[in-house]
Design a protein around this ligand. Structure first.
Ligand SMILES: [Zn+2]
Length: 255
């Protein structure tokens, strides 16, 4: 089968529609503004939930949220909410999407969420496996003949307010979302069935976490990620300051 889809730079994987918005919506909106091609994959439709009349309403909310963030693709994978398990079939289903869209970077769950849905932890296992499966040769039968794809980098996110503990990882980093925090909050507001007026405090919590995580890195607001690999750089000043000499106007060196 020919792979006809335009590749994405980044794919964020959530268990339920709204996971990705809460965990890294500001980063996704920022990447879109910076010109990268960004996609979201929801492993399940997130339904049933207490406040939603049904999957069609949740799907419409997810589409509005995707539009708010500006992402290019949102895939609903159709696995079972509340019964999401790290199975071979789930791994292959997500692996196929990674082979189709060929992202350089995958963002996904990095920890358990005790007292909340166990689907999140299963989503982490499925995502880890799918990133690996996407690059395995001599296995094309399972992947509809889609060509193999090596994901170059993977970062873990955390659902904002579950714990003070950071996911165990070789490295942590904060993305500056100072200019997309409002967009992130707007994308979460698209889920009216999940966050009715009685849960208005959610938005203050999300904002508080973003302000806290941003302050830790000297930004107006931020989102925290954990890297399974120690982070390195080939350009120290670019890493520290986000600029290379080519970005700056060259002034003659007059003495
Ligand atoms: Zn969730």
């Amino acid at each position: 089968m020919m792979n006809q889809l335009a590749p994405l730079d980044v794919i964020a994987v959530g268990a339920h529609p709204d996971d990705v918005e809460i965990a890294c919506g500001g980063t996704l909106a920022k990447l879109v503004r910076q010109g990268y091609r960004v996609g979201i994959i929801d492993l399940t439709d997130g339904e049933p939930t207490p406040g939603s009349p049904g999957p069609h309403v949740r799907l419409a909310e997810a589409e509005r949220a995707a539009h708010t963030l500006g992402v290019h693709v949102r895939v609903q994978l159709g696995l079972s909410n509340r019964r999401l398990f790290d199975t071979f079939e789930a791994r292959v289903a997500l692996g196929k999407e990674l082979r189709k869209y060929r992202p350089k970077l995958v963002l996904g769950f990095g920890e358990k969420t005790p007292l909340a849905s166990p689907d999140h932890w299963q989503a982490m296992q499925i995502t880890d496996a799918a990133v690996f499966y996407a690059r395995l040769t001599k296995w094309d039968d399972y992947f509809d003949g889609l060509p193999v794809h090596t994901v170059s980098a993977q970062l873990y996110f955390t659902l904002a307010f579950s714990s003070l503990e950071l996911p165990t990882a070789a490295g942590h980093l904060v993305v500056d979302i100072g200019d997309t925090l409002e967009t992130k909050l707007a994308s979460i507001r698209c889920y009216a069935t999940q966050f009715p007026p009685a849960k208005e405090y959610i938005y203050r919590r999300v904002e508080a976490v973003a302000l806290h995580q941003g302050a830790a890195a000297g930004f107006p607001a931020g989102e925290l990620f954990a890297s399974p690999r120690t982070l390195g750089t080939r350009d120290l000043l670019h890493f520290l300051f986000g600029q290379t000499p080519a970005d700056q106007p060259q002034k003659p060196d007059v003495r």
